[in-house]
Write a protein that binds this ligand. Structure first.
Ligand code: KG4
Ligand code: ZN
Length: 342
């Protein structure tokens, strides 16, 4: 274990991520500068099952992990003995998948005598906003929109969060994936709904979600059910459904509320900076809408580039660096956890 005086401001961290169907490794410096960011995905192996099959994902991680880590080190031009720490996602995610990354990182840290940093995948998505953005500092309001989480958070400091609101049931990405299935679109649903939505109109009014100036919570289960009911009712009446209009109307209903509540949260906290993260932040409609609303109000907006919104290891390195500065190291008893607190 290293002591505080040995902590380096420009620490170089190898980060490893294996919580779902992406095996990823990255080398980053000072939590912001990306030297390499490698990903291998087993996504195509899951398509015929309509969602991620945990066993298949875990086997794919086992096959990919050493290749991905070697490639991240090689592309960055670093040897293990030149690193300052190894960060790894320990949760939340699929247990068997997480265990591959955790075990690999533990073995590597032990063998190379490097400190091990335990990273929450959820916090990683929030920390992605710091990547390539040396000027971004708390406080700001963060929108977290992924397949597992939906929340509006007041980031007071790098590790000091106040959750202003979150989903009471399904996450927004989960709703995209479930609605995609009903529209016979392949997994992953989000990008496929976005594509189909471009051919449609926002012509169907789905019921509004948890309204109110100071209500920052979300409920995507109701919206999903409204879409399913709309399709079933039309089918029962023998009417044809315009799938592109359903996709477009659902996308608007799902995203507008995220944007509105994030803007309202910035107003409540009197901050002029918003940052966002999570797979759904790759959505073009969300990005454009959030940009437009922030511009109107002179709010500075930080959106990670699309590839840093969806699962990657650079974001684990960004959050790993915050853990590093906090002296929050793990020992060889580190275990994978399916759920972690936000
Ligand atoms: O953050 P992420 O990669 O994984 C976690 O859940 O942590 O998010 C995956 C989610 C999936 O539900 C996927 O459908 C959604 O993000 N997603 C999108 C888009 N790209 C990914 N949703 C809407 N539009 C997109 N372009
Ligand atoms: Zn994720």
């Amino acid at each position: 274990m290293i002591n505080e005086t040995e902590l380096k401001k420009n620490a170089v961290i190898l980060a490893i991520e294996s919580s779902c169907d992406e095996t990823a490794a990255a080398v980053i410096r000072g939590g912001r500068e990306i030297f390499s960011n490698e990903i291998m995905s087993s996504c195509t192996e899951h398509v015929k099952f309509g969602g991620v099959v945990p066993e298949i994902a875990s086997r794919a991680h086992t096959l990919a992990i050493s290749k991905v880590v070697d490639s991240a080190l090689k592309k960055a031009g670093f040897e293990l003995n030149e690193l300052d720490a190894i960060a790894v996602t320990y949760g939340a995610g699929l247990l068997g998948a997480l265990l591959v990354g955790v075990s690999y990182a533990k073995a590597l840290a032990y063998a190379s005598d490097l400190p091990l940093l335990p990273v929450s995948h959820i916090r990683g998505h929030i920390a992605a906003c710091y990547l390539n953005r040396p000027e971004l500092k708390p406080p700001f309001v963060s929108l977290l929109a992924s397949g597992g989480h939906t929340a509006v958070i007041y980031v007071k400091d790098y590790s000091d969060f106040e959750i202003l609101g979150q989903t009471l049931d399904d996450a927004v990405g989960e709703a995209f994936d479930k609605v995609a299935r009903v529209l016979s679109l392949d997994y992953p649903g989000g990008p496929n709904i976005e594509r189909l939505a471009r051919e449609g109109e926002n012509s169907i009014k789905f019921p509004p979600m948890l309204k109110g100036e100071k209500n920052f919570d979300f409920s995507y289960s109701g919206l999903k059910t409204a879409v399913i009911n709309y399709i079933h009712t039309a089918e029962q009446k023998g009417e044809s459904v315009n799938r592109a209009d359903v996709a477009c109307s659902f996308q608007s209903a799902a995203i507008d509320v995220l944007v509105n509540k994030t803007i309202a949260a910035a107003k409540l906290k009197n901050v002029k900076t918003i940052a966002a993260g999570g797979g759904v932040v790759a959505n073009g409609y969300l990005r454009e809408k959030l940009k437009a609303e922030c511009e109107k109000r002179n709010i500075k907006l930080y959106l990670p580039e699309r590839g840093l919104c969806t699962d990657n290891a650079a974001m684990i390195g960004a959050e790993g660096y915050i853990r590093y500065l906090n002296g929050d190291f793990a020992d060889m008893t580190l275990n994978a956890e399916a759920q972690v607190e936000l």
